[in-house]
Design a protein around this ligand. Sequence first.
Ligand code: HSE
Length: 438
Amino acid sequence: MSELKPVKIGVIGLGTVGGGAIHTLQTNADIIQSRVGRPITVVGASARDLNKPRLCDTSNIRLTTDPFDLINDPEIDIILELIGGTTLAKELVLAAIGEGKHVVTANKALIAEHGNEIFKKADEAKVTVAFEAAVAGGIPIIKAIKDSLAGNKIEYLAGIINGTGNFILSEMFGKGREFSDVLAEAQELGYAEADPTFDIEGTDAAHKLAILASIAFDMPLAFDHVYTEGISKLTPQDMQYADELGYYIKHLAIAREDESGVELRVHPCLVKHDQLLGNINGVMNAVLVKGDAVGPTLYSGAGAGAGPTGSAVLGDLIDVARNLHDEHNHALPGLGCKVAELEQPKLKSVGDITSAYYLRIMVSDRTGVLAAIANELATNQISIESVIQREHADDELVPLVLVTHETTEKLMQKAVDVIKSMPAVNGDVMLIRIADVE
Ligand code: HSE
């Protein structure tokens, strides 16, 4: 019997994800070969520094500092783009598509910001660009939405999709630690992005949300329309109040579609103690997807790291490799539908959303302050559900915490603007939306 022709791949980037993916490919070579029907061979790999120690065995891999060596190698069928960033990575991915090669990438920023152009080129060239590893590390959430839930109209999805942010909030909540102290630890532990503002200001989660929403709602990628708020202003005091009210505070990414359009938002949320999403802690990620037929479904696992992200890369690689010599090519377009056939729905602004709210207002402890604030909320038809004001210290600022019933963001912002300008109110009002998810 003649030996089966191997599938030949080139790996751009030998860092945590590239090294992790090749390591698992080497460890599980036999089972992967039997699942694909032929071996997968790493022909070459590129890295900036060829002398660094790696997570995988590179002894039989041709190493280069020039990733174009791999793209221009006619022997290579599939390119793994695992360097991150959006400049060189975009050039490389477009060049690989131009050479008729399939691409597997873990690059969320690239897909979220340039995916519409990349998938158009890939669809025209009839090659696959697969990106499971770009969202929520090892959780197979792209496949779940694109394949397994394809019969559903998706009502909403809500996720904890940044492990660094979740680690910080979990530590602040559980141990009463300050934000900056936990961030420094997250950086030391290697969880944070090269630029940690991407984690804490929500950009990383917004990239991932744009990708999930595009697949869930059959729309072009709309990263620029994601409303984004970070977690850096949250205090251990807010964690305590939330807990007392029966909630955790989580940094959620929410996408929802109704008859008036699609909302895309990333911001801190109060999540009830008995909700599953609220109980996802540390660097773990989770995504809740509600389909009209299936109801709510929850997917959880590690959102980063060599093993989990490498696992998602390999899942895509095996998928592409299985279809490689299949004349019927069963590969789906990147976003589930051909990007040229997608239409942009009405994208709502944050002012259009409805929510219940938590407000923490620093006020002078004087007669009539609570009445004035309650009156301003009532003027905007905002009803109060509960109030906490415990500390009493004459002439000192005290936190006044209010939870409201559901209202529109526009009315809430209007009321907050007036409240902020009251003489008895000092500084910003901490406003946290209450998650409306199962
Ligand atoms: N910095 C990201 C996180 C890594 O913390 O989730 C995975 O995208």
